[in-house]
Design a protein around this ligand. Structure first.
Ligand code: ZN
Ligand code: ZN
Ligand code: FE
Length: 752
């Protein structure tokens, strides 16, 4: 098809093509094919003016051989007339003002750099800040736009002549690599212990300390980790005690061969681990067991590969897997500055592995997993931002909107020119410092994206911090119901057209305020971006104690048992708990809001099958326990729910659990029957909506769909119907802002 295009061409390349080595790649390619012309960056991407006999071959190779960090969205060719006939191929200066410069995400050390730091003949042998055009820090060291060295944390490091030569040479892997550095001119690493810097090799010292069971603060790419030997139960226990983090799983870091010794790594999972984003990937435990304290009771461990040269050097030296958990005070954001690290982490860490390249943006590690239905994003983190995604058809000319997301897993979303930018995970806004970060991220992303919203979207909860912030902007505010936003996020990720017709959304979630003043969370919503109706929902139960009902699963169990006429069983199962106080509060409706939350039903079941009357030490712990237990009994027969008008009532389910408990049925079996019963109850209702023509597809969304088994059960129940699921956008509240933005944009479009 390019055959006819033999004359001089203007080739436009759109996508993630700036700051990823695209111009030198084009230069090398054109030179290889003996072509003449020029390549340059402009506001729309990369522009190539080119002529020569081998144009078709050049056009063929362009998308196929693009650099690793490039993402090509489109290549458009048109005839071109040169003012003066070019005699060679050159890289021309960037053109155009107001360039919407795309900044690429931070990228894991590439194989070439990883090999270089292990090669004693190279000048970067053992150098912890080695990088090139295909890898290294980007967003985390950016201070402003356009992206060049003067506006990064590298500004104060003056390039040595060797680095300057590489930087200026289009044939070099480091051509225009802004963070280029070497031992002669770049950042420096050191190890601090007892307030003093230790002489000698900091990596060797760090490795010795780690092998001896010490806990180290290690400054990384988007923040500081706390590290310890993942094979040492005492070190793990010490870290848990110091961090006051009794059970929440720790992330681990190791090279692939080491991970394989402790986990099942399928090819798709290997690809996910090796992605330049280097997320934490949840992998099923296998092979040599590691201490249970890493992730008590969990069938999986979260693994990541070393993603900076420092990590590679440290892992080589220590020669065992490391715990790499966020360095922060409980609930607070991860620390990034050296002073902050010393001040806040001295109670946790025995020594500090620090350096003098500043981290300018705090970016947590992302968490992802692979399911039989594709990737699943649990936490959008470092390496995935600031990537944009296209908006669905019908939103091309929607006015720009900023959406402020949820509360516990907050994130911001900006839409503009048919694209959405969903921020990284910002954390729990109840924490004052996290809220400060949230405000900073709001200003920051707006500047990065050159974004001036016409309206803001937020949750309809009037007191949520994000909503209060939205209202303070002085712009039109669009309030979006929490579960409608979840549905819209799922539709948007799947590019469901704005006028694509109604969809049945199964939203199984934690808590979100409904328009009727009760708390929703187990919903079948039918509708589109602009509007939904509540077609069905779980029968509500009181949340006695409000927030306490979220932390303590047994409270939900007592309420559901009482509803099922099984108060005596509640008394027997939770004898030491203030049940009557709870019941009085529930009857009086005092601090006991009604909720249809599926998440709280998971909690109730967890309390019945072994979580007992314990409190959760992190959000989702009880539900994760149910998911883990259920793995022991695949294909268990579903428990029944009663379908009464719009109400999906779990009373028969609770009664069946009671009978199974009395019969001594194993907890895993009960957990599995619960999950498949829940899937069946909602999917049957959703199927009716589709079969009776009220919906064109089914969407699965909400925090409960982080549960891969529940997702799988629903997809099996919905066999034969078009089903939309989450892959790159979190099904949990981390994806909420995208949905809010789409609902906002749809309503603006409809009222226009
Ligand atoms: Zn590299
Ligand atoms: Zn240098
Ligand atoms: Fe939610």
């Amino acid at each position: 098809m390019h055959g006819a295009l033999s004359g001089p061409l203007a080739i436009r390349v759109r996508g993630q093509v700036q700051g990823v080595g695209f111009r030198p790649f084009v230069w090398q390619l054109a030179t290889r094919f003996g072509l003449r012309g020029e390549v340059l960056n402009d506001p729309e991407g990369v522009l190539i003016h080119v002529t020569g006999d081998a144009l078709p071959a050049f056009l063929d190779a362009l998308p196929k051989e693009a650099p690793p960090l490039a993402r090509i969205d489109a290549i458009e060719s048109a005839a071109h007339v040169f003012a003066t006939e070019p005699v060679a191929f050159t890289i021309a200066p960037s053109r155009g003002v107001g360039a919407e410069t795309r900044v690429t995400p931070d990228a894991a050390t590439c194989p070439a750099c990883a090999a270089e730091i292990r090669d004693p003949t190279q000048r970067r042998f053992g150098y912890a800040f080695t990088n090139c055009t295909h890898c290294g820090p980007r967003l985390s060291i950016l201070s402003g736009l356009p992206y060049d060295r003067a506006r990064t944390a590298m500004a104060d490091f003056v390039m040595c002549p060797d680095c300057a030569r590489e930087y200026a040479d289009p044939a070099d892997r480091r051509f225009h690599a802004q963070p280029i550095a070497c031992p002669a001119c770049g950042p420096r690493l050191w190890l601090e212990q007892d307030g003093r810097e230790r002489l000698g090799d900091p990596v060797a010292h760090a490795a010795t300390l780690l092998r001896d069971g010490a806990i180290l603060a290690v400054k990384g790419l988007g923040g500081v980790h706390l590290a310890c030997d993942a094979t040492n139960p005492e070190a793990i226990a010490t870290l848990r005690a110091r961090k006051r983090r009794p059970t929440k799983p720790f992330a681990l870091m190791a090279p692939l061969a080491t991970i394989r010794a402790h986990a099942e790594v399928r090819p798709e999972e290997e690809a996910l681990l090796s992605d330049p984003a280097a997320p934490v990937v949840l992998l099923t435990k296998a092979g040599t067991p590691l201490p249970d304290g890493l992730a008590p009771g969990q069938p999986t461990l979260g693994w990541m590969l070393p993603y900076t040269p420092l990590h590679h050097l440290l892992l080589d030296a220590v020669d065992r897997p490391l715990v790499m958990t966020s360095g922060n005070l409980s609930g607070e954001p991860q620390v990034i500055a050296n002073d902050e690290t010393r001040a806040k982490l001295s109670a946790f860490a025995d020594a500090f592995l620090l350096h003098d390249r500043d981290i300018l943006r705090r970016l947590d590690d992302g968490v992802e997993r692979w399911t039989p239905h594709g990737p699943m994003t649990l936490r959008r983190g470092r390496g995935r931002v600031p990537t944009t995604q296209p908006l669905p058809p019908g939103f091309e000319s929607a006015p720009p909107v900023t959406a402020y997301g949820g509360h516990l897993k907050s994130a911001i979303c900006l839409t503009k020119n048919g694209q959405a930018l969903l921020s990284h995970h910002l954390g729990d806004l109840d924490d004052a410092l996290t809220f400060e970060e949230f405000l900073k991220a709001d200003a920051d992303y707006a500047a990065l994206f050159d974004h001036r919203p016409h309206a803001v979207a937020c949750d309809l909860h009037p007191d949520a911090r994000a909503s209060l912030h939205a209202r303070s902007r002085g712009l039109p505010v669009i309030e979006v119901q929490h579960h409608h936003a979840h549905l819209a996020a799922c539709l948007g990720e799947n590019l469901w057209p704005r006028r694509g017709g109604p969809v049945a959304g199964i939203v199984l979630d934690g808590l979100g305020l409904g328009p009727d003043g009760t708390v929703w969370g187990g919903e079948l919503l039918v509708g589109d971006y602009a509007d939904v109706t509540r077609a069905a929902h779980l029968a509500p139960a009181p949340l006695p104690g409000g927030d306490a009902a979220q932390r303590e699963p047994w409270r939900n169990a007592v309420m559901r048992l009482d509803q099922a006429g099984l108060s005596d069983l509640a008394d027997r199962l939770f004898p030491d708990r203030p049940r009557d106080l709870l019941r009085r509060a529930a009857r009086a409706g005092v601090n006991a809001p009604l909720s249809s939350s599926a998440g709280r039903l998971f909690d109730a079941v967890a309390a019945l099958v072994g979580f007992g009357d314990a409190a959760q030490s992190f959000e989702g712990e009880a539900a994760m326990r149910v998911e883990a237990l259920a793995l022991t009994a695949p294909d268990a027969e579903p428990y029944p729910f009663a379908q009464d008008g719009p109400v999906i009532d779990p009373v028969p389910l609770i009664q069946a659990i009671a009978a199974d408990l009395a019969a001594g049925t194993p907890p895993g079996h009960i957990a599995a029957r619960f999950q498949s019963g829940l899937a069946q109850a909602f999917c049957r209702r959703a199927r009716i909506e589709v079969e009776q023509g009220r919906a064109r597809a089914v969407a699965l969304t909400g925090g409960c769909f982080q549960n891969a088994t529940l997702l799988d059960l629903c997809l099996r129940e919905l066999d034969g119907l078009p089903v939309l699921i989450h892959r790159r956008v979190p099904a949990n509240d981390g994806g909420l802002a995208l949905g809010q933005a789409l609902v906002g944009a749809a309503r603006l479009a409809e009222s226009a």
